[in-house]
Write a new protein. Structure first.
Length: 305
């Protein structure tokens, strides 16, 4: 069931919380402004910190459709915007020829009509929806090239797309646009100027614990604190890829599946592949380093009691 957008920052926080997303006030503020002003929201941050999840939660809690464009190197108009159904067009031409109907203007208007147009995510997002404007997620924009990034300017400026054979297609009501980037390259200022911007950072220990409790309430309280404490400590290490919130949740789920009630060097070593994704990082954390970190964590937890 569709819901109206929040009318305050506090309502935005509650909306995200209802979807299981624990946000800080700065994120809720920029998201609220994005919804009120009708501006795209550009989210940057390390992989696994929850950028994509914001769009999913927003679509779910507002009762809107989620249209996702997953970006990759070489992404073009045919995959992102539209393409023509060439097989259908050829069939229409052959049927017209067989029927003796070869009026060129009529045939051209038929083969270049909406019924032969295959709509991809960007064009789909401009279509009217009874539930309200959809949430358009343009995920990992930094993976595309600058040519596609430049193409997006028309879409984000006026929420319109030009199809040469049909003309300009405009959205009656602009979609809610969330753009994410892992910052593997810089996005051009021209595109950023059309958006509101927010850097999504790793959460502090209190917020990460709240996220873990919200997403995995079945996890034992003591184990949850230990998981968050160790992950927070690992983020201070010189690792190639620091574990994100997604990895924290995956690791907690894995430990629950193993019926773990506490962390010890053996169980941590056996499950490091859930938390860390590079062999060099795993090797660096194995052995005595794990025990040192667990001992330090145990002292910190006892001191906090």
């Amino acid at each position: 069931m569709p819901h109206s957008p929040p009318t305050s920052i506090d309502q935005t926080l509650k909306l995200l919380e209802a979807g299981g997303y624990v946000a800080d006030r700065s994120l809720a503020t920029v998201l609220f402004l994005s919804l009120r002003m009708g501006r795209p929201l550009f989210l940057e941050g390390e992989a696994g910190v929850g950028k994509t999840e914001i769009a999913k939660v927003l679509a779910r809690t507002l009762g809107r459709s989620l249209i996702r464009l997953q970006c990759y190197e070489g992404l073009d108009v045919a995959a992102a915007v539209y393409e023509w159904n060439y097989a259908g067009q050829m069939m229409a031409i052959r049927l017209a020829e067989a029927a003796g109907d070869i009026d060129r203007e009529t045939l051209q208007s038929d083969i270049f009509s909406q019924r032969h147009l295959i709509k991809r995510p960007l064009l789909q997002a401009l279509e009217p929806d009874p539930a309200g404007p959809p949430v358009l997620l343009i995920d990992e924009l930094d993976r595309t090239d600058e040519a596609f990034e430049a193409y997006l300017l028309e879409v984000l400026s006026d929420f319109q797309i030009t199809v040469p054979e049909l003309g300009t297609i405009r959205a009656e009501r602009p979609p809610i646009v969330i753009i994410t980037s892992n910052r593997t390259r810089e996005i051009h200022d021209a595109l950023k100027r059309r958006c509101l911007y927010h850097w999504v950072d790793y959460p502090d220990s209190d917020r990460e614990l709240a996220i873990l409790r919200a997403r995995l309430p079945e996890a034992p309280a003591k184990l949850s604190k230990a998981i968050v404490g160790l992950v927070q400590a690992m983020r201070k290490e010189d690792l190639f890829k620091l574990p994100g919130v997604a990895e924290t949740l995956d690791w907690a789920s894995a430990l629950i599946e193993l019926d773990a009630v506490a962390l010890d060097p053996a169980v941590v070593a056996d499950t490091l592949g859930v938390l860390l994704k590079y062999q060099d990082d795993i090797e660096k954390m194995k052995g005595s380093r794990i025990k040192e970190m667990l001992d330090s964590l145990e002292r910190d937890l006892k001191a906090a009691e």
